[in-house]
Design a protein around this ligand. Structure first.
Ligand code: 2P0
Length: 322
């Protein structure tokens, strides 16, 4: 039996599209910030008395497609470790599930950590990152804390994440505006594949990401939070243009998403440096330097309600224990 705690991450340069569906090999690199406020704790216990994996999240048994993903992941862990028993998987998610706050990132990172240890494997963090990748792409990055880069690699052995700065020693912070915490309509898995296969703009995406990765790493080196925000915002908008330009086109934005984007722009017009990013859901995350936290928080809390705003600092990497 083993337990792991992993934090979610939000990409500043997004992963959007796979070139290998089964191994989850992405078309591009990506770069993220791990957050301290959102995390998953998962316990895995192998049990020779059960005849299928038993999975629960926040006390509710998991079923359907979500269960199948976990069971498939556990099959991979059994194959790697030689373990034959099924397992009880108990997970507590401190992330609004499937609302674009990347619950699958912390979920599969924690599962990779707990399942591999419970199965008797002592994996390096690089190999844990590769294993987490097989559950969900964004989970690859959640093994590490702080600012993290996922190198797309060319195969299973070379596609893993590495920390850029695990202990972030400058002021970058992120605040989430929870405009909607309901389950999203288009899964990211389906949405990104639809974009790869049908958006005429997809062929530009690898070039955009390559440029943004270089610029983002330079901005990190320079501790330039304003530049980091600018690059992240433009990268997010270009990612979302891939959904709008798919056939049929779709969007993860709703009216509140647009209202939140406007509010961030209004703050900027008033001289406050802050930028937005959105993932596969309607929620908006705001990137800023902590010195500006209060003024940004006050404006957004007034508009959307303090109960919908979650401020998060950079978070740590995975912890695993018996
Ligand atoms: C990211 N997202 O880089 C991007 C940006 C959402 C938008 O990774 O199919 O749950 O399991 O690999 O990782 C969300 O997609 O998709 C995601 P799969 P995942 O964070």
């Amino acid at each position: 039996m083993a337990t792991a705690k992993a934090h979610t991450n939000i990409a500043l340069v997004k992963y959007w599209g796979k070139r290998d569906q089964d191994l989850i090999l992405p078309h591009t690199d990506s770069l993220s910030l791990t957050l301290d406020e959102f995390y998953t704790t998962t316990t895995v216990e192998f049990d020779d008395q059960i005849d299928a994996d038993a999975v629960s999240i926040n006390g509710e048994p998991l079923s359907g497609k979500a269960y199948d993903k976990v069971a498939k992941f556990m099959d991979l862990v059994r194959e790697m470790s030689g373990k034959t028993e099924f397992a009880r998987v108990t997970s507590e998610n401190y992330v609004p599930t499937a609302a674009g706050l990347a619950s699958s990132a912390s979920a599969f990172a924690a599962l990779a950590g707990a399942a591999s240890k419970a199965a008797g494997m002592e994996l390096s963090r690089r190999d844990l990152s590769r294993l987490a990748r097989r559950g969900s792409g964004s989970a690859t990055r959640s093994i590490f804390g702080g600012l993290v880069e996922w190198q797309r690699g060319v195969d299973d052995a070379t596609s893993f994440a590495e920390p850029i700065e695990e202990e972030v020693d400058f002021g970058i912070e992120m605040l989430a505006i929870l405009v909607d915490t309901k389950e999203k309509k288009v899964s990211s898995r389906f949405g990104m594949q639809q974009s790869v296969e049908t958006s005429p703009y997809y062929k530009l995406w690898p070039e955009i990401v390559a440029d943004d990765m270089v610029a983002m790493k330079r901005a990190i080196e320079d501790r330039d939070v304003d530049a980091m925000g600018q690059i992240a915002e433009s990268n997010a908008l270009r990612m979302h243009a891939l959904t709008l330009s798919a056939q049929p086109g779709f969007t993860y934005f709703d009216a509140d998403t647009l209202a939140a984007m406007d509010e961030v722009k209004a703050l900027r017009e008033n001289g406050v440096s802050c930028y937005f990013t959105m993932d596969a859901g309607p929620n908006v995350k705001v990137i800023y330097d902590k010195k500006d936290r209060q003024v940004i928080y006050d404006a957004l809390a007034q508009k959307f309600g303090a109960d919908r705003i979650v401020v998060s600092k950079p978070g740590p990497g995975i912890e695993i224990w018996d």
